[in-house]
Write a protein that binds this ligand. Structure first.
Ligand code: AGP
Length: 613
């Protein structure tokens, strides 16, 4: 997720762009840049690092009155393709430097387009997908920037919000939206573009929300709208009454709730560039450099901390299910001090949202020293983990601001499923025929997650009744046990409720001694073959006074007589249920924290990334 701004009007553009970018830093902050069009032509300034690095870079020029111009575009980056660096920062230009582009999203066919452009004599400077757009627009430019953009759009695949300006077309900004958000601010004698409303509020509260495949052409005194095919459109103006703080959270009260709701899109983004849907559906992990040798492993070890370790646990089940390869899930802080035994051709999958967790990095380095090969699953391009691993699969979830990890977790599971299916194909434990069905199930998860979120009020109601429970236990079997662990962590870390999880089969080996009328027990029941076992466990805790909640599939009435409350999720493959069953638990934890008057985004004693032991 990146931040885009643009301005055309009578004021100097640079201060407006910098202020707008400041408001969008929560969308991406590993580099920033601006392009401004004035008497000196089109000038581009950009740098790696936070926005203040860019401000420092241009401080002298702006102080002596350079970088003048009343039209420009700007960008804060959350890298997806190409590490954070000056040259990979946006804006990107064509070879002549006369067309500048800022982009939020992923151009999925960038490699193919880049090869085509290089074959036509275009030389590239950066490793980004975005630069392709700048050259493609230039390639199609015959004096009309709008027409060139429309021609280029016909060849772009993926998601993109684009801001485009050209030295040869000095009186308008062109903005395009496909799946990545873009808002047009309608001012008096000035107009703006932005990825999100906060960047506009200082100038106007009158906005147009661009829909997918729409193009906006901003002049100083008007805005025109076109369809992708060039048909002129008329759009309704909206008035924004959010305050600036709420606007950064997309109108949600907290980043955590916003990020829970970003999961459907994050799941789509994580999946889409990794499956081939033309012809027979199959997995496509070429982008991470995967080859058949990776599947010759004797064993897979998945190491991580916290929520990422819960993903690792689920990864164990997924790998042994799809690839029938012995798989261990290791807590990194335990692993690093255990003097572990290595097998030849071990493969390690190291999971870390931040890519900077000290224990996780230590475990990775130990494994690497032993000769194992490392696949990283991380959300941060250019993180230490990403730089030291042999292969990297990004979750592309966008910045996760809340300390409690939510969208990172579900997209980690998506990545693990894709890698496990790839292993299964190579080891012939998964057939091409079965694969198409698995991919269908993966593709449905985004809409299924959205359906669960649509029912959040029911979970909010339940939390308003139960938030003061002294003890909350989560239990489940197999995949549901791992989700129970994650759910207990979510609840304890943001609501400070004593919550714990156990394998339901362990109930009678100890935990049942704690069950009484002050206890709420959440039973996660998605493993159909074990419904009868779970039903017995629920009856056992109910008999001792516990309030019982079941999370199970739509249409399952197995627990109707035993559960006090049932939250339902859409049906999917047993191995994919954690991506869905965790969502009601994320919401429950969030609403309990809010009911307790706590700030879910900044829980006490916790940091977003534990970079020290
Ligand atoms: C999860 O909600 C916590 N914030 C914490 O357990 C986190 O998952 C853990 O610190 C690992 O962080 P990482 O994924 O950045 O390595």
């Amino acid at each position: 997720m990146c931040g885009i701004v643009g301005y055309i009007g009578d004021e100097e553009a640079v201060p407006v762009l910098l202020k707008g970018l400041k408001k969008l830093e929560y969308r991406g902050y590993d580099s920033a840049g601006i392009a401004v069009l004035g008497k000196s032509g089109l000038l581009v300034r950009k740098s790696q690092g936070p926005l203040k690095s860019l401000e420092k870079l241009i401080g002298d020029e702006t102080a002596r009155g350079a970088l003048k111009g009343t039209m420009g575009i700007g960008h804060t980056r959350w890298a997806t393709h190409g590490e954070p660096s000056d040259i990979n920062s946006h804006p990107h230009t064509d070879v002549s430097g006369k067309i500048a582009v800022v982009h939020n999203g992923i151009i999925e066919n960038h490699a193919k387009l880049k090869a085509w452009l290089v074959a036509h004599g275009v030389s590239f400077r950066s490793e980004t997908d975005t630069e392709v757009a700048a050259h493609l627009i230039d390639f199609h430019y015959n004096g009309d920037l709008l027409q060139a953009v429309q021609e280029a759009l016909k060849r772009l695949e993926g998601s993109y919000a684009l801001g485009i300006i050209s030295e040869s077309d000095p009186d308008r900004i062109i903005a395009v939206r496909k799946e990545s958000p873009l808002v047009i601010g309608a001012g008096k004698g000035e107009n703006l573009i932005a990825s999100d409303v906060p960047a506009l509020l200082e100038y106007t509260r009158d906005v147009y929300y661009l829909e997918d495949e729409e193009i906006a052409v901003l002049y100083r005194d008007q805005v025109e709208f076109y369809s992708r095919e060039g048909q002129k459109l008329s759009k309704e103006i909206s008035h924004v009454d959010w305050d600036a703080g709420a606007a950064e959270k997309g109108g949600y009260e907290h980043f955590m709730l916003k990020e829970i709701h970003e999961q459907p899109k994050a799941l789509t983004d994580t999946l889409r560039a990794r499956i081939k849907t033309y012809g027979a559906k199959t997995i496509n992990l070429e982008e991470i450099g995967f080859d058949a040798s990776w599947a010759e492993a004797n064993r897979v070890v998945i190491a991580a901390c916290g929520t990422a370790w819960h993903a690792a646990m689920i990864g164990k089940y997924i790998f042994e299910h799809f690839a029938r390869i012995p798989t261990d899930a290791e807590i990194a802080s335990e692993y690093r001090y255990r003097n572990p035994i290595y097998h030849p051709r071990d493969i390690f999958i190291i999971i870390s949202q931040s890519g900077e967790t000290a224990d996780t990095l230590a475990a990775m380095r130990m494994a690497k020293k032993s000769g194992a090969r490392i696949i990283a699953i991380t959300n941060v391009v250019g993180s230490t983990l990403a730089r030291e691993a042999d292969l990297v699969m990004y979750t592309w979830a966008g910045p996760e601001i809340a300390v409690a990890s939510t969208k990172a977790f579900t997209t980690q599971l998506m990545c693990l499923s894709l890698i496990a299916l790839q292993f299964g194909l190579l080891r012939k434990t998964t057939t091409e025929a079965a694969l198409s069905g698995y991919i269908d199930a993966l593709e449905q998860l985004s809409d299924q997650a959205r359906k669960i979120l649509d029912g959040k009020e029911n979970i909010q109601r339940f939390a308003s009744l139960q938030f003061n429970k002294a003890k909350v236990f989560f239990m489940g079997r197999l995949f549901d046990y791992a989700v129970s662990l994650e759910s207990a962590l979510k609840l304890k870390e943001i609501s400070y409720t004593h919550s714990e999880a156990f394998a339901a089969g362990e109930l009678k080996h100890g935990p049942i001694a704690l069950v009484d009328t002050s206890t709420l027990v959440v039973a996660i029941c998605t493993q159909c073959a074990l419904f009868d076992k779970m039903d017995s466990n629920i009856k056992e805790v109910k008999a001792r006074g516990a309030a019982t909640v079941v999370i199970t599939y739509d249409g399952v009435d197995y627990f109707d007589k035993t559960a006090d409350e049932i939250f339902r999720i859409p049906r999917t493959l047993d191995s994919l249920t954690p991506i869905l069953s965790v969502i009601p638990c994320q919401l429950y934890a969030y609403y309990c924290a809010v009911q307790r008057g706590l700030d879910p985004d900044k829980p006490r004693n916790l940091a977003k990334s534990v970079t020290v032991e």
